[in-house]
Design a protein around this ligand. Structure first.
Ligand code: DX5
Ligand code: ZN
Length: 220
């Protein structure tokens, strides 16, 4: 199973956002991760659909939108119209997760579901065949630059085992505290989709170098 990097723009220079994304794309990033935050589901506010639309234009990368928003079903149409290719919602933020996932897919986008560190993977047993991606949060969502929480690695292992037992070709992503130093261990545990913010966009003149370093480590 091939592995992919999805650089998170949360740690990019917002004053120079499109150029930073272009640098990552030109260096080989096939995905770009957008962290939407509403200040309610998480204790921080970032941006919404207009920013996705503003940078979309001729960029070719897959726009992977991570909605850290209470009841994200309200914004799916807007985010899709802005140019997203995939939307990931939090299990904890959706009263009707089945309806929310169904709506993302009806809109023609890839559907992902994210789990906070303390939410067990078993909570997804019913919805698993419907989703393209499960995103295991490896930090508490809300901020870039936090430390990877070690016990979340067991969740990656458990989820890969469950998916394999059920014959599901599931993309398992990890988000938070992913670095060049720990990515191989996480990949060995069963993840094949890696979100990295501060380790890609800092420092600003090393974006291309960082993307290439990550891609060189991942299974091709
Ligand atoms: C955290 C976000 C992440 C964040 C990761 O709530 O979902 O995508 O940007 O940042 P790093 O890689 O710096 O931990
Ligand atoms: Zn994220």
């Amino acid at each position: 199973m091939k592995s992919y990097l999805s650089p998170s723009i949360l740690s990019a220079d917002f004053g120079n956002l499109r150029n930073s994304i272009m640098a990552a794309e030109e260096a080989g990033a096939e995905y770009i991760h957008f962290d939407m935050m509403d200040g309610t589901f998480v204790p921080n506010i970032s941006f919404g659909a207009p920013i996705v639309k503003a940078v979309r234009k001729d960029l070719k990368a897959f726009f992977d939108v991570h909605m850290m928003v209470q009841e994200p079903i309200r914004y799916i149409d807007d985010v899709a119209a802005a140019g997203a290719d995939g939307i990931t919602v939090h299990q904890e933020a959706c009263l009707h997760l089945d309806r929310t996932i169904a709506k993302i897919k009806e809109t023609g986008l890839k559907a992902g579901v994210a789990l906070n560190p303390a939410t067990p993977v078993e909570t997804l047993s019913c919805i698993l065949p419907m989703v393209d991606l499960v995103l295991i949060m490896t930090v508490n969502p809300g901020f870039g630059g936090q430390k990877f929480i070690p016990y979340t690695l067991d969740k990656v292992r458990d989820l890969r085992r469950i998916a394999t037992e059920r014959g599901l070709d599931l993309t398992i992503g990890v988000d938070g505290g992913v670095t060049l130093a720990n990515i191989k261990e996480i990949e060995t545990a069963g993840a094949n989709f890696f979100i990295a913010g501060s380790a890609v966009f800092n420092p600003v003149d090393k974006i291309a170098e960082n993307v290439k370093a990550f891609n060189a480590l991942l299974k091709g």
